[in-house]
Design a protein around this ligand. Structure first.
Ligand code: PLP
Length: 395
């Protein structure tokens, strides 16, 4: 047995990938599996973006780029953020604060590596994206869950978060719109959180805004970038994966404060040198080109969202709150008498519908199941019908 570092055994994983593998095996055995487990858009990357990537390869974008990203891409990111969030003046985004990374995930890892160590506490959402807890544990820091509650629409409650800060806290991770709940935190809570953080200057904030362009029902995104008073300790994570259906291209970015940007660039140099050059050119085309394809995806998600919530609420034993963003529904399934894991396993084995147990996103996810509505309207309808029939047959 190799003598591994103990930190290795503390690293978690993303169960959605395991569900995906099981669903794929069942499909290979000839079963008609409907996949509502997966956390990625079911659309192709818009053609003009693919074309820009292809052209970059043909034109010879074959070498390393600067570790923090092509200057033209970082300029496009800064301009896009300012336009989308109405920033400027003391909230302006400088291209030098942009660090381009292979996806949104490296930002989480690097932020946690920068602050995490034994004795330090890092606050993170629970239920929340499982990689936060995994990488906090990896660093040896203590993960402190921020419990997100159904009765709150799975939004962050500023008083709760502020009340969990101790003199050992070094980083707080928030995420809105949120995975796995679709929860959106109202501006009033963000205002209160930022104001309260003024009393805790030793605490940095990572705001994961990867779903910032997927909001429904007239909701507007409130970016943490619009608060100048937190800028010197804000890490803002966003990217292309969800907005432009580019999960497989591996492209993301974060805005880092001046005090952290050199450190993270060094982490990039040590880890991956730079993001694939052609992918970065595709990223420029995504930001600067027409936005109608991205907007159309959101419109389609919105229609599916309305439908899946309606269908889930009609299943006996299920209750589904209105998800304000992202592309997930997170119904309470306690009334079915099944635990989250039992429901996930039963629905996959007997109804051939892949979902992800709420507990895959942390202990506070017990009693809930994540349904991704990144699938066709027809499949969403068939899937929930199958689950309804299965539950009716059991009762
Ligand atoms: N943040 C959240 C909340 C996510 O749900 C995901 C992906 O599922 C990511 C970040 C990571 O995105 P990427 O594929 O760009 O690494």
């Amino acid at each position: 047995q190799p003598d591994f570092a103990p930190s290795l055994s503390r690293l978690g994983t993303e169960s959605a990938f395991e569900v995906l593998a099981r669903a794929a095996r069942m499909q290979a055995e000839g079963h008609d599996v409907i996949n509502l487990g997966i956390g990625q858009p079911d659309f192709r990357t818009p053609d003009h973006i693919v074309e820009a990537g292809r052209k970059a390869l043909a034109d010879g974008a074959h070498g390393y780029t600067p570790a923090n990203g092509l200057p033209a891409l970082r300029e496009a990111v800064a301009a896009d953020l300012e336009a989308r969030h109405g920033l400027g003046g003391d909230t302006a985004v400088h291209p030098d604060s942009v660090v381009v990374q292979p996806g949104g995930k490296p930002t989480m890892f690097f932020a946690c590596l920068m602050f995490g160590r034994p004795g330090v506490e890092i606050l993170y959402p629970n239920p929340g994206f499982p990689i936060y807890e995994s990488v906090i544990n990896y660093t040896g820091a203590t993960p402190v869950p921020i419990a997100l509650k159904e009765e709150n629409g799975f939004a962050f409650d500023a008083d709760t978060v502020l009340g969990q800060i101790t003199d050992r806290t070094r980083l707080i991770i928030i995420n809105s719109p949120a995975n796995p709940t679709g929860g959106v935190t109202p501006k009033a809570e963000i205002d209160k959180l930022v104001a309260g953080l003024q009393d805790h200057p030793h605490v940095a904030l990572m705001s994961d805004e990867i779903y910032s362009q997927m909001l429904y029902g007239g909701r507007a995104h409130v970016s943490l970038l619009s608060y100048p008073e937190i800028r010197d300790r804000l890490i803002l994570l966003d990217g292309w994966s969800k907005t432009y259906a580019m999960t497989g291209w591996r492209l993301g970015f974060a805005i880092w404060p001046d005090s952290m940007v050199d450190h993270v660039t060094r982490l990039c140099i040590n880890d991956h040198s730079c993001v694939n050059a052609a992918t970065q050119h595709a990223g420029i085309a995504a930001l600067k080109g027409p936005q109608d394809a991205a907007r159309d995806m959101v419109a389609q998600f919105d229609r599916r969202r309305t439908r899946i919530v309606e269908l889930l609420n009609a299943v006996p034993g299920m209750r589904c709150a209105d998800p304000g963003g992202a592309f997930y529904a997170f119904p309470n399934i306690e009334g079915t008498g099944l635990s989250a894991r039992q429901a996930q396993d039963l629905f996959l084995s007997d109804a051939h519908v892949a979902t992800v147990a709420g507990t895959s996103f942390g202990a506070h996810g017990e009693g809930y199941l994540r349904f991704s509505y990144a699938n066709s309207m027809e499949n969403i309808k068939r899937a929930i019908e199958r689950i309804g029939t299965l539950l009716a047959d059991r009762s």
